[in-house]
Write a protein that binds this ligand. Structure first.
Ligand code: URP
Ligand code: ZN
Ligand code: ZN
Length: 477
């Protein structure tokens, strides 16, 4: 059945225009003023509303086994929560414990219940010939063009510089994007031991073992390694000004480096870790951690300047009871917080309503830029003819107060608790399916589809680093 979204303002990353949107099947087939309504079509009235590309959250962890427990949101509850907030695609992290190919199969099984579309990044947690060979299969046969390297979580999934360098080179050969969790894991580990020795066992030990320089050092190191090897680099979950500045400096040198921050990092500061309520403080434990005042403001400026391009969530939900695994030792508190449901409204409230970013920049940071970087644009990230009909109707005047009591996420805590947001998604369409209508969830388990992503995308345009390095060496001589 056709759907017409009528009378709204269509907001893309590059322009805003009053137009109707006609959807047939999974695709957008017309965008323009006063479109004819085909017989039998469903009409969604969007007067006074914005019609925008569905959000893409490029950083989620659904159903992840992590730190001795498991994330509570599965691919269904997590994507439904996202859909109620206006997110229509996630890119989740496959974290292998052995074969990459087996791990991708496991994630495909888990994700088969998704309500909206999904893709995967794969984490590289060690290095050998098999990993190298499997990366080629994963990239060329499984449609995954991005790999995450953890520079933190020592004694678990952290990689050494040797492994990082081998993995980055392989990404370059395959046309994949290297992504890093930028924290100096060795330094974090040493600081954790010192704090525990001093008897600091509570959640305040978490930020104390992760000063912002930890992010800055790792970001600088990863950027320089990527520069020499000529691989595009994506730094996930940037919370510290130092890491953001490192991205800015690299981009000014002409390097292909992209920065992702999180809705949470733009909103919350580290004072939460010093709250007297242990459960409250521990429920904010994630890595990187929330940073002191001044950092969120710096991240907003970097977004305004275009130096950071993407806002994700790192949606990784645990219940308070799970956080209590670290009652005696903050290093054992499962790391992760949620955010997929509220990302769009929080960013609209703090970014657009305050005048820091424009509605077009909002679309770029919550959807289009991720689509471009991960090579699925314009299938995703745009309201245009031929694109997937992942569309939201967003009422900029409608408001609510965020609360774990009313959210759809499965966890019992919300880092945005009590925040008033003006600007809510009222309709969500996923590949032409009207899965959310003003409070009414019509999503179906398993309707979401896997979105394969080809290598050598836009991020590789102009990447002639090998030549550049060779030339630079000639000049040096
Ligand atoms: O605390 C976090 N971020 N947990 C999820 C794993 C990661 O580092 O992204
Ligand atoms: Zn991470
Ligand atoms: Zn993460």
């Amino acid at each position: 059945m056709a759907i017409v979204i009528r009378g709204g303002t269509v907001i893309n990353a590059d322009n805003s225009v009053r137009a109707d949107v006609l959807i047939e099947g999974e695709k957008i087939v017309a965008v323009g003023p006063d479109l004819d309504v085909p017989a039998g079509a469903e009409v969604i009235e969007a007067g006074g509303c914005n019609v925008m590309p569905g959000g893409i959250d490029p950083h989620t962890h659904m159903q992840l086994p992590f730190m001795g427990t498991r994330v509570v949101d599965d691919f269904y509850t997590g994507t439904v929560a996202g859909a109620t907030g206006g997110t229509t695609m996630i890119i989740d992290f496959v974290i292998p414990d052995g074969s990459l190919i087996d791990a991708v199969a496991t994630w495909q099984e888990r994700a088969a219940i998704s309500a909206t579309d999904f893709g995967f990044h794969v984490a590289i947690t060690g290095w050998n010939e098999k990993v190298s060979q499997e990366m080629a299969v994963v990239t060329n046969e499984h449609g995954i063009n991005s790999y995450k390297f953890f520079m933190a979580y020592k004694n678990a999934i952290m990689v050494s510089d040797e492994e990082l360098i081998a993995g980055f080179s392989r990404c370059r050969d395959l046309g994949a994007i290297a992504a890093v969790h930028a924290e100096t894991g060795e330094l974090v580990f040493q600081l954790q031991q010192e704090l525990l020795k001093k008897g600091i066992t509570g959640p305040e030990g978490h930020p104390q073992s992760r000063p912002s320089e930890v992010e800055g050092e790792a970001a600088d190191r990863a950027i320089r390694i990527a520069e020499v090897l000529g691989v595009p680099l994506y730094i996930v979950h940037i919370g510290a000004q130092e890491a953001s500045d490192a991205v800015t400096r690299a981009r000014l040198r002409g390097q292909r480096v992209f920065g992702e921050t999180l809705a949470g990092f733009l909103t919350v500061d580290d004072s939460v870790y010093y709250d007297k309520d242990w459960d409250f403080a521990a429920s904010h434990v994630m890595s990187p951690c929330f940073k002191p005042k001044g950092h969120p403001e710096a991240l907003w400026k970097a977004l305004q300047a275009g130096n950071l391009q993407v806002i994700g969530t790192d949606h990784c939900t645990f219940n308070v009871e799970q956080k209590r695994m670290g009652l005696e030792d903050f290093t054992k508190i499962p790391n992760g917080t949620g955010g997929i449901e509220d990302r769009m409204s929080i960013v609209w409230q703090l970014g657009v309503n305050s005048g820091l970013i424009t509605p077009n920049e909002f679309v770029a940071a919550t959807s289009t830029n991720a689509a471009r970087i991960f090579n699925i644009f314009p299938q995703k990230g745009a309201i245009r003819v031929g694109a997937d009909a992942d569309v939201i109707v967003f009422d900029p005047e409608k408001s609510k107060t965020i609360s774990a009591k009313t959210h759809h996420q499965k966890n019992d805590f919300n880092v945005f608790e009590g925040r008033e947001v003006r600007g809510l998604t009222v309709h969500t369409l996923s590949r032409g399916n009207h899965i959310y209508a003003d409070g009414d969830i019509r999503a179906t388990k398993g309707k979401g589809q896997y979105v394969p992503r080809k290598p050598f995308g836009e991020a590789y345009q102009g990447m002639q680093h090998r030549d550049r390095i060779a030339n630079a060496r000639k000049i040096d001589r």
